[in-house]
Ligand binder design. Structure first.
Ligand code: ARG
Length: 446
């Protein structure tokens, strides 16, 4: 039998219920602990403005703490016939405590509940992601330093261009992650504002103390305007998805390079056997399926902000049920990104490189600019030196000096990995995750 928070004197058609609830019960399990935390902050505030007694608050908080522990351990169940996590928490409270369980919804709506749950979920998920990115960053810098002297050709148009190195190649992806972290940090700021108190999207006639709930939940500020707070649904997810997409783009490019460099025609890197897969017909195959799937998974993740855009694009202001469906694409994206990061970090750490790539005569022409520059340093004007080397190449008489003197910042003999690490550390520290941890710990120990 269906139990709805809003049911009055008629029962909703079963098929309509199935259609409207859809996969929402499954999705709401991602939000369960955050829903409980939000309620704890809300009722603490309700008591402070006289809408609950101290006794009622204490009873409710004790019960909510238990529900929180269940949710934290992933043991929360949303029962058949219960619409969503918000209804389930209220139902459990009323089952255990009777009528006072019904008091927690004063001054709230499921619209600001789900808004808040999403923001709290995003905050911890970004924290998890940031640490995952940090581990990949460390692995890349370690490999960059380990192989900093190993030269490989750099390519433009996929044609041999100029000398590069494994130091540059690994380090480039590390620095790319610095910028992705900067975008993630911006997304974090957007998410880290409190929508609670916006209720259905237009506030409440109760004197809600929104400063208090902002503080209790450790938000950097509130979303002040209640109409804007509701407009943040979908927008916040899209911005966060863009940040995820940015990380995915970096990792996808790395995966493509790795597949290419691992092919026999390049032979630049070798993946350890246990990180490759075989063929059912060709006995010699050791395929880079991990990087291929990484590429595809990352490409799918990059579709996420566009999927969200399409759901929200033509909606006017105010709540619409359309917004519910964003959860199906958005919520699982963090676990997906984390599993990619963990796998790629393990792979990167195990990549072995071919130290002799540069001695292969087919890459000889990558030294052409070195030769031009050598002549320029001897006093030949650049254009003349360029022509001289070009003609020698044409005659098949190009015999380059392969010693490399690249000294400027960011070049192959001066990678600036310490500077890159300093940039990374600065963004990482700027999140100040401790601020919200302190608040949440405080709320849980009230
Ligand atoms: N499951 C709903 C969502 O994700 C919760 C909010 C329901 N609000 C409503 N007015 N029907 O949007």
């Amino acid at each position: 039998m269906a139990t709805k928070l809003w049911e009055k004197n008629f029962t909703v058609d079963r098929d309509v219920e199935t259609y409207t609830v859809g996969r929402d019960r499954e999705m709401d399990l991602y939000l369960a602990p955050y829903d409980v935390l939000g309620s704890m902050a809300h009722i603490t505030m309700l008591q402070s403005v006289g809408l609950l007694t101290k006794e009622e608050l204490d009873t409710l908080l004790a019960e909510l703490k238990e529900i929180y522990a269940t949710a934290e351990h992933g043991e929360m169940v949303i029962e058949d016939g219960v619409e969503d996590i918000h209804s389930q928490v209220e139902l459990e409270l009323t089952r255990r405590l009777g009528d006072i369980g019904k008091k927690i919804h004063s001054g709230r709506s499921r619209n600001d509940q789900v808004l808040l749950d999403l923001k709290l979920f995003i905050r911890s998920s970004i924290e998890r992601l940031a640490h995952g990115i940090e581990r990949l960053f460390d692995a890349l810098i370690t490999q960059s330093e380990r192989y900093k002297d190993v030269i490989i050709p750099g390519y433009t148009h996929l044609q041999v261009a100029m000398p590069s190195s494994f130091g540059l190649w690994f380090g480039a992806y590390a620095e790319s992650l610095v910028d992705d972290m900067t975008v993630l940090r911006a997304a974090y700021d957007v998410a880290n504002r409190n929508p609670l108190g916006s209720a259905a999207g237009y506030g409440s006639s109760f004197p809600l103390d929104r400063d208090m709930t902002t503080r209790l939940l450790g938000f950097a500020s509130m979303n002040y305007n209640v109409v804007y707070a509701q407009m943040g649904r979908g927008k916040t997810e899209r911005i966060v998805a863009q940040a995820i997409g940015s990380i995915a783009a970096t990792v996808s490019k790395l995966a493509f390079d790795a597949c290419m460099f691992n092919s026999q025609n390049f032979g630049f890197i070798r993946l350890p056997d246990e990180f490759t897969t075989g063929s059912s017909i060709m006995p010699h195959k050791k395929n880079p399926d991990v990087f291929e799937l990484t590429r595809a998974k990352c490409n799918k993740l990059q579709a996420l902000p566009y999927e969200i855009t399409l759901v929200t694009n033509n909606l006017p202001s105010g709540y619409f049920r359309d917004l519910q469906l964003i959860k199906e694409n958005f919520l699982p994206a963090f676990d997906e990104m984390m599993s990619i990061l963990d796998m790629v970090t393990a792979m990167v750490g195990r990549i072995e490189v071919n130290r002799d790539v540069a001695s292969d005569p087919r890459y000889r022409l990558m030294y052409s600019v070195e030769e031009v520059n050598r002549l320029v340093q001897q006093g030949v004007p650049f254009r003349d030196a360029y022509k001289q080397v070009g003609l020698a190449i044409g005659r098949g008489e190009f015999d380059p000096v392969t010693e490399l003197h690249h000294t400027h910042a960011g070049s192959l003999n001066n990678l600036c990995n310490d500077e890159i690490r300093a940039l990374f550390d600065r963004v990482m520290e700027s999140f100040r995750f401790d601020d919200y941890h302190k608040a949440v710990d405080g709320l849980l120990s009230r």
